[in-house]
Design a protein around this ligand. Structure first.
Ligand code: ADP
Length: 589
């Protein structure tokens, strides 16, 4: 590692921990995180480049006015809370991630970059920032933790936007209610952080945090982007309850029961709908508001849990297996988001025979919940069904060493955040990743069709194929992570070409993405085009009504305000390398 330190100064620093840093690692994962960091930097050859495209000023404002505007904002937030982004772009790594750009960039690294980063300390200060943005017509881009890796990280869609880093100063757990199993959090609370706090309050034995594969993201950021976890509470958006939102023009609203004038907390977390239209939906995967507080439900400890793993020998087992999984999952005999991984995701096929798991093509990871007699009932059904596939093997956990991936799945599915999942990103030097993640029914023919589609296009572009099926409840996402060397322009071009083809081909077959990276947002939004793009037009009407000057996260999820429309800002096939359009329109209000 030391040999790289001359150009990667961050390689040798200690991994930040909780509670010193709101985005730090919990002490129980420090050693593992340090090993992960060493592995990341050992494979890194990419240099920190001098900035070649400075200054970064958003279109529509002069450099002098931009700097004047930032000076004005310093007067409102304090000088230390406004930073111009003119230093070298350090990629860091998962635990020391940048808030200035996409550390896993698939374009030129100067393309999706912030012009400045600001750190509000309260909802009132967020209001000041959006009013300021309207005064100066400067695009702003909110992040909670900015660890949205694989989807653009902390980067804004519009070059030069001012990133509002909410997490740094707004990171309180405002409430944990041990009777209702609910909590109320600010943007800078990570899954690691909430899990630590439950421990401190002696509540961890009683209630669990549902955690994604990696626990460093914020609960709010992950939830508004509709991320998932692996306990039976896996659908985070479905588990949230009530928001506080700063609208792009500076009004503050609370939704659900939070809107009661009685100070709301009593029922904020226990009933998501309140009265009247359910407005929360427009604040997820959108650019209609900045979420400053959110109610979230916690899962009661079910009184026991047990991970299980089955392997299946042949690629063709996929179809019949899906037919078995569907009724088990819909009836919640399979209780959590089920993962079916292709062998290449963990080790190359030829090496599988030498691993503790043994040779296989598909591996199923699941967990059964509840006291032993309840688990035994469900596990017997699962066993009988899975064994209908010839060659199916149940893996005995006692044969698996401590660092086996199985145990990471075991922790995550029982509410203990981990950092294990980072490993496969090191598949390539300077490893970065972007996912293709279409939704389909849990049916054999659909799974097989998507698998073949992905395999064919990966072969065509010369890319390793790493598919995993994640079965939600009535649907599944195929998650295909493309791992690429972000210092290799040719490899990035192939990765993006493959992603764009997969999105288009899958959409033609009726499969749409559930979430996507900045670079694919316009294309993916464009696939939801029924009735002459009626949904997109509806989103534009909402955007123009709520954000007439279009200052909030322009282009996020393919939604552009009227000042940007018709000026070539959308990205798609043929626009590669260019993320900007040709100017912006004038003030609307
Ligand atoms: P994470 O918290 O998982 O690290 P981010 O903070 O990067 O994720 O958030 C994911 C995406 O969701 C961001 O790119 C941003 O567009 C959006 N987002 C995050 N936090 C908020 C928020 N508080 N209000 C509105 N949008 C948000």
């Amino acid at each position: 590692m030391a040999s790289f330190s001359s150009f990667q100064p961050e390689a040798d620093s200690a991994v930040p921990t909780l509670p010193e840093s709101h985005s730090g690692i919990p002490p129980y994962l420090l050693e593992k995180a340090t090993r992960a960091k060493n592995a990341v930097f050992a494979g890194r050859t990419k240099q920190v480049n001098e900035r070649l495209r400075l200054p970064v000023i958003p279109q529509g404002i002069s450099r002098d006015d931009f700097l004047k505007a930032l000076e004005e904002l310093k007067g409102e937030l304090g000088g230390e809370n406004v930073e111009v982004n003119d230093k070298p772009l350090k990629d860091g790594w998962y635990m020391e991630h940048p808030n200035t750009h996409d550390m896993m960039t698939i374009l030129d690294e100067e393309e999706f970059v912030a012009g400045a980063v600001v750190y509000p300390g309260s909802t009132e200060e967020v209001v000041k920032v959006v009013k300021w943005a309207n005064r100066w017509l400067i695009p702003v881009f909110p992040i909670s933790m900015g660890r949205n890796l694989g989807y653009g990280g902390a980067a804004p869609r519009v070059r030069g936007s001012v990133t509002i880093d909410l997490g740094k100063r707004m990171n309180k757990i405002l409430d944990i209610n041990a009777q209702d199993y609910t909590c109320l959090v600010e943007p800078g609370v990570s899954f690691y952080g909430l899990h630590e706090e439950l421990g401190k309050r002696g509540l961890r034995e009683h209630m669990w945090v549902d955690t994604p594969d990696l626990g460093g993201g914020s609960i709010i950021g992950n939830t508004v982007d509709r991320g998932v976890g692996y306990t039976p509470y896996g659908d985070h958006w479905a588990c949230h309850s009530g928001l506080e939102v700063v609208l792009p023009t500076g009004e503050v609203i609370r939704t659900g029961m939070g809107a009661l004038t009685h100070d709301g907390e009593n029922t904020w977390g226990v009933f998501p709908y309140g009265f009247g239209p359910f407005s929360d939906g427009i604040f997820s995967q959108s650019n209609f508001g900045i979420v400053t507080k959110m109610g979230m439900t916690l899962m009661p400890n079910p009184g026991g849990h047990e991970s299980f793993m089955y392997t299946f020998p042949n690629e063709e087992d996929l179809g019949p297996l899906m037919e078995i999984i569907r009724p088990l999952r819909i009836s919640t005999i399979l209780e959590n988001v089920a993962q079916l991984r292709h062998v290449t995701q963990t080790v190359i096929h030829s090496a599988a025979a030498n691993t503790p798991v043994g040779d296989h093509t598909w591996a199923y990871y699941g967990m059964s919940y509840g006291p032993p007699h309840i688990r035994a009932y469900k596990l017997a059904i699962i066993d009988a069904e899975f064994r209908k596939i010839p060659g199916c093997r149940k893996i005995d956990p006692a044969t698996l060493p401590e660092d086996e991936y199985f145990w990471s799945r075991d922790r995550i599915a029982s509410g203990t955040p981990d950092i294990h999942e980072l490993r496969w990103v090191n598949w390539a030097p300077n490893g970065a990743h972007i996912a293709f993640s279409p939704v389909s029914p849990i049916r054999g023919p659909d799974a097989t069709k998507l698998f073949q589609l992905g395999k064919r296009l990966h072969e065509q572009y010369g890319i390793d194929f790493m598919p995993a099926f994640c079965v939600g409840l009535r649907e599944m996402h195929l998650i295909v992570e493309i791992v690429f060397d972000r210092d290799d322009p040719e490899e990035k071009k192939r990765a993006l070409g493959c992603l764009r083809d997969m999105v288009d081909e899958a959409a033609r077959e009726g499969y749409g993405e559930y979430r996507t990276h900045l670079v694919l947002m316009d294309q993916v939004a464009g696939t939801y085009a029924w009735n002459d793009g009626a949904l997109g037009k509806f989103n534009e009407r909402l955007k123009d009504a709520l954000d007439p000057n279009g200052i909030l996260a322009p282009g996020r999820c393919g939604i552009w305000g009227r000042r940007y429309r018709g000026r070539g800002w959308e990205m798609g096939k043929g626009s590669e390398g260019r993320s900007e359009g040709d100017g912006v329109g004038g003030r609307v209000v």
